[in-house]
Design a protein around this ligand. Structure first.
Ligand code: PEP
Ligand code: MN
Length: 263
């Protein structure tokens, strides 16, 4: 169902009044985790001013260690809804399991399925039963084919509103957090009609290097990017080492716009 052979023209995913996968590039920006009202509202305002069209922020966080910050959960969802109301930005947040799917779906415009859940088939099926747009992230060690098959699980249940996201894969290289596989962008664009996003933050995991990978993602033909932005990255409760501050984000957005216009 997701193959270009079946449907040659690009699919457009409609999120509110935004068309994802069309001519315009979309940028989803915001903190790894929602931490406080002040943090999420100030970030929403800053990223909107810099040109982001959507806000991200994790409430249910799938952390590697059970002793790390797990997110504000329900309170985080409520704060995201406040930021959405305050700024008019549409929001995306991760749905970690089927138990919290209904609550998350009530508070978000896009359901994010995280890398660690790309092959959680019960979750994929449940998300496929909803009619909410989905941002499906590539698994940490998943092939392009496996990503497409995971998308197939969602679309087979009738939810055609799927955006794929390359977010870096695990390789032998350990200077960076992951290896952002930009090969996946033109390959996916050729293989499927679904929109393709890139997450340069998790992809490289090094704050100073994120803007270069934002530019590279757009140059490679991505339909958009999802990037972590925090008011005070060194003090973030998760992923501060890869989060841009407001001025870094604003500068990177200018560069991204210039590349998008040149294409
Ligand atoms: C995130 O977006 O904060 C996240 C946990 O991403 P991933 O699932 O790609 O690791
Ligand atoms: Mn993160």
């Amino acid at each position: 169902l997701v193959s270009r052979e079946v449907k040659p023209d690009d699919s457009i995913v409609r999120v509110g009044d935004l068309s994802i996968g069309g001519a315009a590039i979309h940028v989803i920006a915001g903190p790894c985790s929602v931490e406080s009202r002040e943090q999420i509202i100030s970030t929403a305002q800053a990223v909107k001013k810099a040109g982001a069209t959507m806000l991200r922020g994790g409430a249910f966080k799938p952390r590697t260690s059970p002793y790390e910050f797990q997110g504000l959960k329900g309170d985080g969802l409520a704060l995201l809804a406040e930021a959405r109301k305050e700024t008019g930005l549409l929001v995306t947040t991760e749905v970690k399991d089927t138990a919290t799917l209904a609550a998350v779906a009530d508070h978000t415009d896009i359901l994010q399925v995280g890398a660690r859940n790309m092959q959680n088939f019960s979750l994929l099926e449940a998300v496929g039963e909803t009619r909410k747009p989905v941002l499906l992230k590539r698994g940490i060690s998943a092939t392009i084919k496996e990503l497409l098959m995971a998308a197939e699980y969602i679309v087979a249940r009738g939810n055609t509103q799927v955006i794929l996201c390359e977010r870096g894969i695990r390789t032998f290289e350990n200077m960076t957090r992951n290896t952002l596989d930009l090969n996946a962008v033109p390959m996916l664009k050729a293989l499927t009609h679904l929109p393709v996003f890139v997450d340069p933050s998790h992809g490289i995991g090094v704050r100073k290097a994120v803007p270069a990978m934002m530019r590279a993602a757009i140059a490679a033909g991505a339909d958009g990017i999802i990037v972590e932005v925090h008011p005070d990255p060194p003090r973030a409760k998760s992923d501060g080492f890869q989060s841009l501050d407001f001025s870094e984000f604003e500068k990177a957005m200018g560069e991204v716009r210039a590349i998008a216009q040149a294409m």
